[in-house]
Design a protein around this ligand. Structure first.
Ligand code: SF4
Length: 251
């Protein structure tokens, strides 16, 4: 008799390997016909394009960044062009799309560090996180795009899809929740980590949206654990954040 694989412990919760495989397969299939096309996702996109786009995409709609992308690249085509620009010059370019004032000094500091390394990123996670302006999300993006390592681009959107499908996290801060961190790493640990990351982010933006998820048309609906999964697309599908524990701030 064939034995079922045991559920895997991800911190305070378990996930069945079969659910992880189903999630991966369904989203890769969905992405093939419904994924969004962006210039930084093209096969010929450089590491500069891939990493800079992730810095710009944090808390900004991808469509907004895509519309502004040619303007940005015509002014700053490389790490060295960003490194030699003043913070005010970078701010002036970012301002029309409403990017926060903190984004310009972060970009300049990161560009100066990378230009000094002749465009090369360190391979080691600790060294990557020691670069100016690099937190957990950008470190994962660098490991994923520059070194082909399967790391998740975990933001609030990816967290929403993962939590609705597999079950909610415990801690308010997604960076410290062991369940969410381990589970997202496991989900993207496959040969198609880049595409799977993009698939989850696109799915979060167009199907499993914050207020009106399109559950009736969702390819994940039969296994989704969201308690308020809708039969008709409707509201009332917010994550139960108020029950989560807070985590001490990073020192
Ligand atoms: S069934 Fe609804 S809540 Fe569940 S993953 Fe699909 S869109 Fe999201």
């Amino acid at each position: 008799m064939k034995r079922r694989p045991h559920p895997v412990n991800f911190g305070h919760r378990f996930a069945r390997p079969g659910d992880i495989q189903f999630f991966r397969k369904a989203l890769i299939k969905w992405y093939a016909h419904s994924g969004r096309q962006f210039p930084w996702r093209r096969a010929r996109a450089s590491r500069f394009h891939q990493v800079v786009s992730e810095v710009l995409l944090q808390r900004t709609r991808a469509e907004t960044v895509a519309a502004f992308w040619p303007t940005f690249l015509s002014r700053f085509p490389s790490w060295s062009s960003l490194a030699v620009a003043s913070v005010e010059q970078i701010e002036a370019v970012l301002k029309p799309i409403g990017l926060s004032a903190q984004r310009a000094p972060r970009l300049k500091a990161l560009a100066a560090a990378i230009a000094q390394r002749r465009g090369h990123f360190p391979r080691n996670r600790e060294e990557i996180e020691a670069l100016p302006g690099v937190g957990q999300y950008i470190a994962n993006a660098i490991l994923l795009f520059c070194f082909d390592q399967p790391h998740p681009l975990v933001d609030v959107n990816m967290a929403r899809v993962i939590e609705r499908f597999f079950g909610v996290r415990k801690l308010a801060d997604i960076r410290y929740d062991p369940y969410l961190q381990k589970l997202t790493h496991e989900v993207v640990s496959c040969g198609k980590a880049r595409h799977l990351n993009w698939a989850v982010l696109d799915f979060a933006a167009t199907v499993c949206t914050i207020k009106r998820p399109l559950c009736p048309a969702c390819p994940l609906r039969h296994s989704c654990k969201h308690p308020k999964k809708t039969n008709n697309s409707g509201s009332g599908n917010q994550s139960p954040l108020r029950h989560r524990q807070t985590h001490p701030s990073p020192s």
